[in-house]
Design a protein around this ligand. Structure first.
Ligand SMILES: Cc1cc2nc3c(=O)[nH]c(=O)nc-3n(C[C@H](O)[C@H](O)[C@H](O)COP(=O)(O)OP(=O)(O)OC[C@H]3O[C@@H](n4cnc5c(N)ncnc54)[C@H](O)[C@@H]3O)c2cc1C
Ligand SMILES: *[C@@H]1O[C@H](CO)[C@@H](O)[C@H](O)[C@H]1NC(C)=O
Ligand SMILES: *[C@@H]1O[C@H](CO)[C@@H](O)[C@H](O)[C@H]1NC(C)=O
Ligand SMILES: *[C@@H]1O[C@H](CO)[C@@H](O)[C@H](O)[C@H]1NC(C)=O
Ligand SMILES: *[C@@H]1O[C@H](CO)[C@@H](O)[C@H](O)[C@H]1NC(C)=O
Ligand SMILES: *[C@@H]1O[C@H](CO)[C@@H](O)[C@H](O)[C@H]1NC(C)=O
Ligand SMILES: *[C@@H]1O[C@H](CO)[C@@H](O)[C@H](O)[C@H]1NC(C)=O
Ligand SMILES: *[C@@H]1O[C@H](CO)[C@@H](O)[C@H](O)[C@H]1NC(C)=O
Length: 496
């Protein structure tokens, strides 16, 4: 360790000493070899923050690198991992990353399906593994979550108060979800998860730490972060408006999962299209997972209702389609949020997104392209799913803190996620699959005018361009990152 930083240029020691100064006056970072830029930045941060915060090897380093949900990201070997404890620690890291022109990645819950989004080689990884607290603020009625917490733990921390935060539907997923929008079972009633954010502390590319809210001087940044993914800064604190869902003893919901045989597929696609188009009952929660490989097709629909039963007026079609098995019962929202852990590891993963209006022909044809793709690449895939999430009209209305970065397209639609799971142990995407997947995404592409869901996209998809609010987002990006440092130094969505 001593040797490591002793070899760093003298300037890095100066940087450590001035890490908190106003850095906006600096010129664009020097253009140096990625590995040496990263080494210099690591050395400076190590000097400033010490070896418990900055690690280049060892059991903790290995655990972090190897624990990514997508196995394709688990082989990355960051030059060092910074484990910040505080916002100012992140400022020190970002100041030096910027000054040395190093590449970097940020990791929260490590669930990104996109290669390179949450780990890196020849660059720094900022891991929030040591910032995982959830705190209820009784005076404000808000919940502060640190970026490293997973939704299951955040919900467990406040469940006894009868409260929940808007996260996702899988308990192992982390807070990076908020920066893409965030879809929960209760989104129809309470909106996109990002729209429950009251304020965020954000470290800008220059190292400056600001608090962004819907109404302060950083309101443009605040809106951009709610869907702008990892492009606008590093969030070090989220203050969220919780929602009252009841304690786990109060089983005030009813529902669960119903599994259907392959022979029910067309009926399920049609019922799903109709549900997307017609359901306006905000007490209903829904996700359909059409599983495709091996030939043993199982399609699972999760249905929930905030009440004592599943109303036939909402779920009648799904309840009359022949099923293989059903597991429905009274549940708490806490139970519901833990039904899908989503914590399996060991496979390469890939997502691809489409947005479809609730139209039977669109659903049938999209599925048939998906089927063709999965059959063509069956040898490479362990399994694959087409996942249907409703984005009803009410989801846009519920925001407490203004518009998000996506922008309301004005119609109800479904966010479609094609999830590929590669064979266990395969550590890079097999050749040929990407071309086939991009063909699928073109064949099964979105209905006109609909935004893609960035948390479920393939890295090849230009999601920002599909946002109704794209022009505002571009303007905000140019304002907060004029040298385009993040676009050039951290892997993330294309197109800004
Ligand atoms: C099994 C599974 C289930 C899912 N279920 C849902 C669901 O129900 N609803 C839903 O909306 N989505 C869902 N998703 C998608 C999920 O929203 C995205 O994968 C999300 O990006 C995961 O966030 P994370 O913190 O776990 O992952 P990470 O990979 O750690 O982070 C995701 C991205 O955000 C960036 N990032 C994270 N934290 C910060 C920060 N503080 N500042 C700046 N950048 C940051 C990372 O650099 C990375 O690019 C699911 C994904 C999986 C794999
Ligand atoms: C930082 O620098 C900018 C640009 O010179 C200036 O506008 C701003 O007031 C400075 N902020 C602080 C805290 O010194
Ligand atoms: C970390 O993993 C590497 C292989 O990637 C291995 O050589 C090394 O021994 C591991 N270190 C520890 C402390 O587990
Ligand atoms: C978190 O901090 C504690 C206390 O400083 C330390 O023992 C632990 O190793 C850290 N964990 C991670 C993941 O950095
Ligand atoms: C097919 O699915 C059924 C029900 O999920 C399961 O019990 C069975 O093991 C599966 N068979 C194969 C070959 O995967
Ligand atoms: C599932 O199928 C069984 C057997 O046909 C039927 O009794 C039951 O009502 C069905 N359940 C649901 C939820 O559709
Ligand atoms: C959304 O809000 C508008 C204006 O308040 C209202 O007219 C409309 O009915 C709402 N739509 C839904 C689906 O909640
Ligand atoms: C099915 O997928 C293969 C592999 O991507 C592709 O070559 C072929 O054109 C597809 N067929 C149809 C009908 O889309």
């Amino acid at each position: 360790m001593f040797l490591f930083w002793a070899l760093a240029p003298l300037s890095s020691l100066l940087v450590a000493a001035v890490a908190h100064e106003n850095s906006t006056r600096r010129n664009s970072p020097p253009d140096v070899h990625p590995a040496s830029a990263a080494s210099s930045a690591c050395a400076a941060i190590l000097f400033a923050l010490g070896s418990s915060v900055v690690q280049s090897s060892g059991p903790e380093y290995n655990a972090t690198t190897q624990d990514t949900w997508n196995l394709f990201n688990a082989l990355e070997q960051p030059t060092c991992i910074v484990y910040p404890r505080t916002g100012p620690d992140v400022q020190v890291a970002m100041t030096n990353i910027f000054r040395f022109g190093s590449s970097y990645a940020v990791q929260a819950g490590a669930h990104s399906a996109m290669v390179g989004y949450n780990s890196i080689t020849d660059g720094l990884l900022i891991s929030f593994a040591n910032m995982t607290s959830t705190t209820y603020n009784p005076r404000m009625g808000t919940v502060t979550v640190q970026p490293g917490v997973r939704w299951g733990d955040a919900m467990a921390a406040i469940e006894h108060l009868g409260l929940s935060v808007l996260g996702g539907r899988a308990s192992d997923v982390g807070t990076g979800l908020l920066l893409g929008g965030g879809i929960s079972y209760i989104a129809p009633l309470y909106g996109w998860s990002a729209d429950s954010i009251k304020e965020m502390d954000v470290v800008l590319v220059t190292g400056e730490l600001v608090t962004a809210t819907a109404t302060n001087a950083y309101s443009d940044l605040f809106q951009a972060l709610k869907g702008g993914a990892n492009r606008f800064g590093i969030v070090t604190r989220y203050e969220l408006f919780p929602v009252r869902t009841g304690t786990k003893e109060q089983k005030n919901w009813f529902g669960g999962s119903v599994i259907y045989p392959a022979s029910s597929l067309v009926a399920l696609l049609d019922a799903s299209a109709q549900y997307i188009r017609e359901n306006t009952d905000t007490k209903a929660g829904f996700i359909a997972i059409m599983n495709n490989i091996p030939s043993n097709v199982t399609n699972t629909v999760y249905m929930f209702y905030n009440g004592p039963s599943l109303p036939h007026s909402v779920f009648g079609d799904f309840l009359s389609i022949p099923n293989t098995s059903a597991s429905l019962s009274p549940l708490s929202y806490f139970d519901i949020s833990n039904l899908i852990p989503g914590n399996a590891r060991g496979n390469g993963q890939q997502f691809g997104a489409a947005s479809w209006v609730g139209d039977e022909a669109t659903f049938r044809s999209g599925y048939s392209h998906f089927l063709n793709f999965t059959q063509a690449f069956a040898a490479d895939l362990s399994t694959s799913d087409m996942i249907i999430s409703p984005i009803p009209r009410s989801q846009w209305n519920a925001t407490k803190t203004g518009a998000n970065a996506i922008g309301d397209p004005g119609v109800a639609y479904a966010a479609i996620n094609f999830n590929l799971v590669y064979n266990a142990g395969v550590t890079v995407q097999p050749p040929g699959v990407q071309a086939g997947f991009e063909l699928l995404l073109e064949q099964a592409s979105s209905s006109p005018g609909l935004p893609l869901y960035i948390n479920e996209c393939d890295a090849s998809q230009n999601v920002f361009k599909t946002y109704p609010s794209f022009a505002a987002l571009q303007k905000t990006y140019a304002k907060y990152d004029p040298s385009r440092f993040n676009v050039e130094h951290t892997t993330g969505p294309i197109g800004l």
